[in-house]
Design a protein around this ligand. Structure first.
Ligand SMILES: C[S@@+](CC[C@H](N)C(=O)[O-])C[C@H]1O[C@@H](n2cnc3c(N)ncnc32)[C@H](O)[C@@H]1O
Length: 284
């Protein structure tokens, strides 16, 4: 391929072309959820952010302590994303299966596992339809990933989890906290390596759903928006009494509710942004 001359005029022409595009007005392009959220946000931005990686470590330590995870136990990481936490669990000696609905995230998780020489399995799958029988000692749903479905689907997810756990098996799930949804409302601008990212949170009180809208304003004047996605109806924010009832319906007993990943654990407060719930499957 012919190499462009290393000439300042070329780059200044390029700069002018960009400026003209911006002056003509912003243009919007739609990217699929896998490209926009999974590849751009989760893999490229979060995957390269040291603060996110530190939080993952904190989350995994919290789960190990609170769920009393032991080496050799089987752990299912549902909605595992790119496997950042699954791999940390595997490094603790757990036998980990990570499941996520997004194929590029699962591909990335497999690549990361191979690169770090960590033994963990990953599958593309949907938590609403998984069908394991007494296969896991513990199951986690991290990153506020419980509640994307409608109420019937979310209840079905809990039924699938109860079936997949061995008697006495432990669950830790995270969701958005209904009383603290206002923490996520309103515009938030983030400067990223690929442009300015605008996040707008909206909460619908009649359905208790929190929805996030993302737009990336690129330096070339393009506004990138998300297309169809599995999270387009937002996330259902449950209260503790609702979760108690939903757990009981499938033979899970609520154990604790926490509001941060700090140890020793801190109880859930009305203002806690994240809701961390633990439960145990009945021994029968
Ligand atoms: C907020 S991310 C959290 C990812 C990861 N657990 C973390 O904490 O970094 C939510 C994840 O749930 C996945 N997801 C959404 N709906 C799902 C479903 N029905 N079944 C499996 N995964 C799902 C998404 O693809 C996404 O990776």
């Amino acid at each position: 391929m012919a190499r462009l001359p290393d000439n300042p005029l070329v780059s200044s022409q390029r700069r002018n072309r960009r400026t003209t595009e911006v002056r003509r007005g912003f243009r919007r392009i739609t990217r699929s959820w896998d490209e926009f959220w999974a590849e751009f946000w989760h893999i490229r931005l979060k995957g390269n952010d040291p603060a996110c990686m530190m939080k993952n470590q904190q989350v995994v330590t919290f789960c190990r302590v609170i769920l009393k995870l032991q080496k050799g136990e089987h752990l299912l990481d549902l909605g595992c994303g790119a496997g950042f936490q699954s791999l940390l669990f595997a490094e603790l000696g757990l036998k980990v299966l990570g499941i996520d609905i997004s194929p590029p995230l699962i591909e990335h998780a497999r690549r990361l596992a191979a690169k770090r020489k960590v033994s963990a399995s990953f599958q593309v799958g949907d938590m609403r339809t998984i069908a394991f029988e007494r296969a896991f000692d513990a199951i986690v749903i991290l990153g506020c990933s419980y509640g994307f479905g409608n109420d019937a689907e979310n209840q079905q997810t809990l039924a699938n989890i109860a079936r997949a756990l061995r008697p006495g098996g432990r669950l830790l799930l995270t969701g958005q906290h209904a009383y603290a949804a206002s923490n996520h409302i309103g515009p938030e601008w983030l400067e990223t390596t690929e442009g300015i990212l605008l996040h707008r949170g909206e909460f619908e009180p009649t359905t208790s759903r929190l929805n996030g809208i993302w737009e990336l304003v690129r330096p070339d004047g393009m506004i990138v928006v998300e297309g169809e996605n599995p999270e387009k109806h937002g996330i259902r924010c449950y209260t503790v009494p609702e979760l108690h009832r939903m757990f009981a319906e499938v033979g899970l007993e609520a154990v604790g509710f926490y509001g941060t990943w700090l140890l020793p654990p801190t109880p859930l407060q009305w203002f806690s942004a994240e809701l961390i719930a633990t439960a145990r499957k009945n021994r029968r």
